[in-house]
Design a protein around this ligand. Structure first.
Ligand code: V1S
Ligand code: CA
Ligand code: ZN
Length: 392
C-alpha cells in the first residue's frame, strides 16, 4: 500500500526471532528486549518485509560461540541459574565472569537469549559471505561490550566479534563502525592486534563518569609500530548534546577518510540507538534523521554491510530509528510516510505519531551542546594523522 518494492540489483535480508524478545533483564533494568517487537511491528506496518528476505533466526551453537569466548566462561553462562546471583547478604559469593551483578544479571533463559542474539548476527554474516545479501540486518545483535571471558554493560556474548570472524574468512579487510553512545570496547579489544579490522567508535567520553570510560582520542591501537594493529583503532570521543549537523559532518569526514585509506571489503555497522535525543542513558541530541544519515552514508560506499542493533533505552525511539534505517537499507525512505501507520500495533506507545519527533518532543529539557567546532576540528586532524600510517 505504501509502494514498497524490492530494491533492484541488490538484496537485503532481515534476521530476527520473536523468541528473543520475550526475555526480561528485570523490572528496573534499562535493557528491554521487547523494543525488538516494537521495531518489527513498525517495519511490518510500513510493509517493508515485502522488500527483503526475512529469516527466522536459530540459536548459535556452543562451538560457534567458542570461536571467540572461552569454554570456562561459556560453561558458566550455560549453567548459572538466577539463584546463583550474589546477594548483599552472602558477600562470600563473588560475581564470576562479571555475571550476576546489576548490569549483567542472571535471568531465566539467559543462555537462550544470548545464543539467539549471536544466531541473528552469524546468520547475517553468512548471508553476506554467500553473496545472498548485500545488506543484512540483525537488530537483535550489536552487543559490543562482551569480552572473551567476561560479561560487561548488558552484553554477555559478543555477536559482532563472531560475525566479523565469519566475514574475515572471505573478506581481506573489515571496517567496524559503532554509533552507539558508548565506546565499542569489546570489539576494539578483540581486533586490537590485527590490521585486517579497523574499528571506529563514536561515543560520549568521560573516563570517571560515563561507562565504560575507555576510548580516548589517543587510543589508536598497540603502541608498538611492529604490531600490525597499530593505528587501526579510531576513537571519536564526544561531549553531551552533539547535534545532527555536527555528527553527520564528523561522521562523513571521518568515515570518508577511513574508507579512502583502509579500503574495506565489508562493513559492520553497530547502530546503537542510545545516541538519540531523549534516550534514558544517552546524552546526545541526535534525531532519527541524523542517526539514519550514518547508515545512508555507509550504504553509499557500495560494499557489503551488516547492520547490528545495540543500545537504545527509550523503546519507542529505538523502533523509530531501526525502522527508518531498515527503509534506508531497502531504498524506501522516500516511499514511507513520516506519520506512523493508523493500523500499527502499539501505535499509542509512540506518543507522537511521527517517525521523526523534534528535539522538544523527545526531551522535556534541551541538553546543552558541549561540543565546540574547534574540538571537532582537532579530532578530525588527529584521525587524519593516524590514517597517514594506514595504506592498503
Ligand atoms: N549509564 C548507565 C547504566 N545504568 C545501568 C543500570 C541501571 C539500572 C539497572 F537496574 C541496571 C543497570 N548500568 C549502567 C552502565 C552500563 C551501561 C551499558 C550500556 C550498554 C550498551 O548500550 O553500550 C550496549 C548494549 N553501568 C555502569 O555505569 C556501571 C556501574 C558502573 C554504575 C551503575 N550500577 C548499576 C552498576 C555499576
Ligand atoms: Ca560508539
Ligand atoms: Zn550504549
Amino acid at each position: 500500500e505504501y509502494n514498497i518494492v524490492r530494491p533492484k540489483g541488490y538484496t537485503v535480508s532481515y534476521h530476527a526471532t520473536d523468541e528473543m524478545e520475550k526475555h526480561h533483564f528485570g523490572q528496573t533494568h534499562p535493557m528491554k528486549p521487547w523494543r525488538l517487537t516494537l521495531t518489527k511491528s513498525l517495519v511490518t506496518s510500513y510493509g517493508m518485509p515485502f522488500a527483503m528476505d526475512n529469516y527466522n533466526t536459530r540459536h548459535a551453537t556452543y562451538e560457534e560461540l567458542n570461536a571467540f569466548h572461552s569454554s570456562d566462561y561459556l560453561d558458566y553462562l550455560a549453567t548459572a541459574a538466577p539463584e546463583d546471583q550474589p546477594r548483599d547478604q552472602d558477600s562470600e559469593k563473588e560475581p564470576k565472569f562479571n555475571l550476576g551483578g546489576s548490569d549483567c544479571p542472571l535471568f531465566h533463559g539467559l543462555y537462550d537469549y544470548c545464543s539467539m542474539s549471536a544466531g541473528t548476527s552469524l546468520d547475517a554474516a553468512r548471508k553476506i559471505c554467500n553473496k545472498q545479501s548485500d545488506i543484512a540486518i540483525a537488530w537483535g545483535g550489536g552487543l559490543h561490550h562482551a569480552k572473551k571471558s567476561e560479561a560487561s554493560g548488558f552484553c554477555y556474548i559478543n555477536d559482532i566479534v563472531l560475525a566479523i570472524l565469519q566475514l574475515l574468512r572471505l573478506y581481506p579487510r573489515v571496517l567496524y563502525i559503532d554509533i552507539d553512545v558508548h565506546h565499542g570496547d569489546g570489539v576494539e579489544e578483540a581486533f586490537y592486534s590485527t590490521d585486517r579490522v579497523m574499528t571506529v567508535s563514536f561515543h560520549k567520553y568521560h573516563p570517571e563518569t560515563f561507562f565504560p570510560g575507555t576510548g580516548g582520542l589517543e587510543d589508536n591501537g598497540p603502541k608498538s609500530e611492529h604490531n600490525p594493529g597499530a593505528h587501526h583503532a579510531i576513537n571519536i570521543p564526544l561531549n553531551d548534546g552533539i547535534t545532527d549537523e555536527q555528527y553527520e559532518n564528523l561522521f562523513k569526514t571521518v568515515i570518508g577518510s577511513v574508507n579512502e585509506r583502509f579500503r574495506p571489503s565489508a562493513i559492520a555497522l553497530q547502530c546503537g540507538a542510545d545516541s538519540l535525543a531523549g534516550d534514558r542513558l544517552g546524552r546526545f541530541n541526535l534525531r532519527v534523521q541524523g542517526h539514519g544519515a550514518c547508515v545512508r552514508y555507509c550504504k553509499s560506499l557500495g560494499v557489503p554491510m551488516i547492520l547490528f542493533g545495540g543500545g537504545g533505552y527509550t523503546p519507542r525511539n529505538v523502533a523509530r530509528a531501526w525502522a527508518y534505517e531498515t527503509s534506508i537499507a531497502i531504498g524506501a525512505e522516500a516511499s514511507i510516510p513520516s506519520t506512523i501507520p493508523e493500523h500499527a500495533p502499539w501505535r499509542s506507545h509512540f506518543i507522537h505519531d511521527t517517525l521523526f519527533p523534534t528535539l522538544s518532543q523527545s526531551l522535556s529539557e534541551p541538553r546543552n551542546n558541549r561540543n565546540t567546532e574547534k574540538r571537532l576540528r582537532e579530532i578530525v586532524a588527529h584521525v587524519n594523522e593516524q590514517l597517514r600510517f594506514v595504506q592498503h
